[in-house]
Design a protein around this ligand. Structure first.
Ligand code: SF4
Length: 262
């Protein structure tokens, strides 16, 4: 005859109970009297009862720290409905491997009520050190481009597709951009920009869900998928520094942008 704890242990692992004929009523009372959850000792008892003493394989295993870290990508984020939540979540994010390489997170900078949102691809060396997007030579050129249409850097919001620096300035991988997408979408919802300027290939491809060459995407105005927000694509300042002849095209983009913001 099984005692009450043994019966509970069996139910806990889904084993149907054997009952002697004619003893059902007494057994039912016993079952209903046992309601507390299984303890560690109960689980150990199960191991002994179903055959053999519990060993390392049968005993409940602690969750390895590494497994907890890697499963962080599946952790449900708090609602990203205010700036503190967004920047706090970015600061503590370990959802992709880029978190292991960067000096610090680079959420974005500028006016959180800006009409113009500028989205680059990811922090580079200088941005990683400063914690601010588009600094260094590329940033200075971007500032001059904006100034040419009468916009100061402080009047726009600037961010990137990924908030951590990819090692050796490589392109962000598809899954890295996807895992960081929550943050960009939250920023777009909070800012409610009138226009988005996608700077460079990685930004354009991710924002527009397209694989067309930047040279083609530049020719047309686009809309952010799932929204009415116009998206203008232009060359990355780093590309313009290497290819000055492309500045004439970028100037046309800026003039169009200026018109959209009037
Ligand atoms: Fe998180 Fe984005 Fe940094 Fe990846 S790049 S760790 S998703 S903040």
């Amino acid at each position: 005859m099984l005692n009450s704890r043994q019966q509970q242990c069996l139910r806990g692992i889904g084993i149907s109970q054997w009952r002697e004929r004619g003893t059902g009523e007494a057994d039912t009372r016993q079952e209903s009297a046992i309601e507390e959850p299984l303890s560690a000792q109960d689980l150990a008892d199960i191991g002994q009862f179903i055959g053999g003493s519990p060993n390392a394989e049968q005993a409940p295993q602690p969750i390895p720290v590494e497994a907890e870290a890697s499963s962080a990508v599946d952790v449900v984020l708090p609602p990203l409905d205010n700036w503190d939540a967004v920047t706090g979540s970015i600061t503590h994010c370990t959802a992709c491997e880029l978190a292991q390489h960067c000096t610090q997170k680079v959420p974005g900078v500028g006016d959180i009520q800006a009409d113009l949102l500028i989205v680059g691809e990811g922090p580079g060396h200088d941005e990683d050190l400063r914690g601010e997007p588009f600094v260094g030579r590329s940033g200075q050129l971007l500032d001059r481009m904006l100034a040419a249409i009468g916009i100061a850097r402080e009047q726009v919001y600037i961010t990137n597709i990924v908030k951590c620096r990819p090692p050796n300035n490589r392109d962000p991988k598809v899954d890295e951009a996807q895992r960081c997408r929550n943050f960009l979408e939250a920023q777009i919802k909070l800012i409610k920009p009138r226009v988005i300027l996608a700077v460079g290939r990685v930004s354009a491809h991710n924002l527009l869900d397209s694989n067309l060459p930047v040279g083609k995407l530049i020719r047309d105005m686009h809309r952010l998928p799932g929204s009415d927000i116009p998206v203008k694509v232009t060359y990355h300042p780093a590309y313009l520094l290497r290819n000055p002849s492309a500045k004439a095209i970028a100037w046309q983009d800026l003039k169009l942008l200026h018109g959209l913001l009037q």
